[in-house]
Design a protein around this ligand. Structure first.
Ligand SMILES: CC(C)=CCC/C(C)=C/CC/C(C)=C/CC/C(C)=C/CC/C(C)=C/CC/C(C)=C/CC/C(C)=C/COP(=O)(O)OP(=O)(O)O
Ligand SMILES: O=P(O)(O)OC[C@@H](O)CO
Ligand SMILES: [Mg+2]
Length: 221
């Protein structure tokens, strides 16, 4: 992901998509396809998706949401680290466990840490990663910490399943000097894509792919 990555389609390996709809996603002008999900992600269903999207002229990445579901063959790998969790397991605990086992085999050039701040308390990821609700002041403090102290390459502001508060996302975006800000959640059409694109570096579009692929295609602006 770089400054030219304006749009990402997120494919959920646990969900079923018709081949003709998947072809529309692959042949769209999206900048990146990311394979990721919270529930039911397995090496088998990731491999099934990978076989359909690889060597099709589009950059593909895997977001590793389960340590047992890592499949070779992607251009890049993203490891989520959840910042507003109350359980260190989801910020770095699982990662440390995995590194004790895999450090010697990892090509670090192909892996990036993806810090998530999850703001929709009703989404699956919020519950699964044991997140706590944060107020605007805390959000901005977290953004300053990630951007200016940790000097993270990315910050993912996640509203999975609902459209976020654009002015708050913009405030977080404006606060960043270094980090590439990714926004995801609830984008279903051109207007919403335009709105959130002006408050972030990259927008991510997920669920609408499975509900209405034609609407999903309009989110590439
Ligand atoms: C070869 C190679 C790259 C080796 C790497 C080996 C290695 C170092 C592996 C590390 C693996 C690791 C430790 C992974 C775990 C990282 C981690 C903290 C995962 C969090 C697990 C978790 C609680 C996930 C849920 C929350 C989350 C951040 C999900 C990310 C994606 C997301 C938000 C998807 C949206 O969810 P969705 O399923 O679409 O939800 P809806 O149904 O509501 O739409
Ligand atoms: O599924 P939606 O709501 O589009 O969200 C996209 C992405 O941010 C989910 O991780
Ligand atoms: Mg989803």
């Amino acid at each position: 992901m770089n400054d030219d990555t304006k749009h990402i389609f997120k494919l959920d390996p646990a969900k079923i998509i018709k081949d003709q709809d998947l072809d529309k996603i692959i042949n769209s002008k999206t900048d990146l396809i990311m394979v990721s999900g919270t529930d039911g992600v397995t090496s088998e269903n990731i491999t099934t998706v990978l076989e359909k999207i690889r060597d099709r002229g589009i950059t593909i990445a895997l977001e590793i949401s389960h340590p047992d579901a890592v499949v070779p063959g992607f251009d890049h790998y993203y490891i989520p680290t959840v910042i507003n969790t109350v359980n260190v397991k989801y910020s770095h605990g699982m990662l440390v466990e995995a590194l004790m086992e895999y450090h010697d085999f990892i090509e670090y050039d192909n892996i990036s840490l993806l810090p998530y701040i999850i703001l929709n308390e009703n989404c699956k990821a919020f519950t699964r990663a044991e997140c706590k609700q944060i107020n605007d002041e805390e959000l901005l403090a977290m953004v300053h910490m990630l951007d200016k102290l940790y000097k993270m390459d990315y910050i993912y502001i996640e509203y999975s399943g609902m459209l976020g508060d654009r002015s708050l996302v913009k405030e977080a975006y404006d606060a960043c000097e270094h980090a590439h800000v990714i926004y995801g959640g609830g984008i279903q059409n051109y207007d919403q894509a335009k709105l959130m694109s002006s408050a972030s570096d990259t927008i991510v579009v997920g669920n609408i792919i499975y509900d209405d692929v034609e609407s999903a295609l309009t989110t590439i602006i």
